[in-house]
Design a protein around this ligand. Structure first.
Ligand SMILES: *[C@@H]1O[C@H](CO)[C@@H](O)[C@H](O)[C@H]1NC(C)=O
Ligand SMILES: *[C@@H]1O[C@H](CO)[C@@H](O)[C@H](O)[C@H]1NC(C)=O
Ligand SMILES: *[C@@H]1O[C@H](CO)[C@@H](O)[C@H](O)[C@H]1NC(C)=O
Length: 325
């Protein structure tokens, strides 16, 4: 099929960044073709005419069925709505959440205001003790899937609790159930494709850092790598406005990222961890310092008290909606 696509009309090139992505530009019309499974594919186009011709041609070699407008992909429900200028795309997994609540006997539970207790610190279970016998890993993986797709608001809690996959007790399990109780009390996130945040991340650092500034420099560099990837991918379709603004809240790390600090105290930082400095030098990224209290990244990295959590959540969701208000 790949060969067929590549030769179609002599002009359906594959993306340099993602081998499952094909796209074509016809003046002022963008057509994107993605296949992600041997027998499943998705066509995004602003030209109905092109689409019909393409389906007809494709159908001759690969008999297929047009299932109409996308309503669900990989378990994520898509709801399209025209709002004048923009076509809004709302993605949610409410059905998935309901089924999960049922399966874990939580359909009638009391909702929780946040996914995680503020400043929660759990210790791994003693390896000699039997584990709780609960389907901890299953629930953690399902929640992780949800967090990655449409619920960034549970990412911090789930990443933290997932560390106890192999060493959990009833206490850990109850904390995992709290995430479900939180989901019960909330509605799904709204995600807009055009002009919105399309990626977020929250993860344990890969390198052990010696100071807070170093830790943040490493984090900025890891994020910068993700940003580079996105810049490359998006540039294939549309010009990306450079530089991209990256927010940090540690003054020393911001200076370091900008290359202003270059003394012996920071020599232990490897070239890879200075990646962000490289991008700053190339003018692809600029670093902006944000006060800790306003740093949206805290939403993804810290367990917050309910009022801070709700404030940052409303700001983050507004980012995801792509508009303010
Ligand atoms: C492909 O051809 C078959 C048989 O004519 C038809 O039933 C089907 O709807 C066609 N699929 C598309 C996507 O046009
Ligand atoms: C996003 O929407 C605006 C219209 O509000 C449009 O001008 C712009 O080209 C769109 N961007 C992309 C990448 O489609
Ligand atoms: C930092 O030090 C390295 C090695 O000594 C040098 O090559 C580089 O130019 C310095 N950078 C700045 C911004 O001073």
């Amino acid at each position: 099929m790949k060969r067929w696509l590549l030769s179609y009309d002599d002009k359906l090139p594959v993306s340099n960044i993602d081998p499952c992505l094909f796209y074509i530009f016809i003046p002022s019309v963008l057509i994107i073709f993605v296949y992600f499974h041997v027998d499943n594919f998705l066509v995004i186009t602003s030209s109905e005419e092109w689409q019909q011709q393409f389906f007809a041609d494709f159908n001759q070699t690969y008999p297929c069925v047009d299932e109409g407008t996308l309503t669900e992909i990989l378990g994520i429900r898509m709801v399209f709505r025209d709002t004048g200028l923009l076509r809004e795309c709302r993605m949610h997994q409410e059905g998935f959440i309901h089924r999960m609540l049922d399966r874990y006997g939580m359909a009638e539970c009391n909702p929780s205001p946040t996914p995680m207790e503020p400043k929660l610190v759990l210790t791994p279970a003693d390896p000699q003790e039997p584990t709780s016998g609960r389907p901890y890993a299953n629930l953690a993986m399902e929640l992780m899937w949800l967090a990655r797709c449409t619920r960034p608001d549970i990412m911090t809690a789930v990443c933290y609790l997932a560390r106890f996959m192999h060493c959990h007790t009833e206490v850990h399990w109850q904390h995992l159930l709290r995430v479900l109780r939180y989901l019960k009390g909330t509605v799904g996130s709204l995600v807009r494709l055009n002009g919105s945040t399309v990626m977020y991340s929250s993860r344990l650092q890969k390198t052990v850092a010696l100071s807070t500034a170093d830790a943040e420099l490493v984090a900025l560099s890891e994020t910068a790598q993700d940003i580079e990837h996105l810049i490359h991918l998006i540039s294939e379709f549309a010009p990306v406005q450079l530089p991209v603004v990256l927010h940090g809240n540690n003054h020393a790390s911001v200076l370091q990222a900008e290359g202003a600090l270059n003394n012996t105290a920071t020599r232990h930082i490897t070239v890879r961890d200075r990646y962000v400095a490289k991008l700053v030098e190339l003018g692809r990224v600029i670093i902006a310092k944000v006060p800790s209290a306003q740093n949206l990244a805290n939403f993804f990295t810290k367990s917050l008290a309910a009022n801070r959590f709700h404030l940052l959540r409303s700001i983050v969701l507004r980012y995801f909606q792509g508009t303010v208000g």
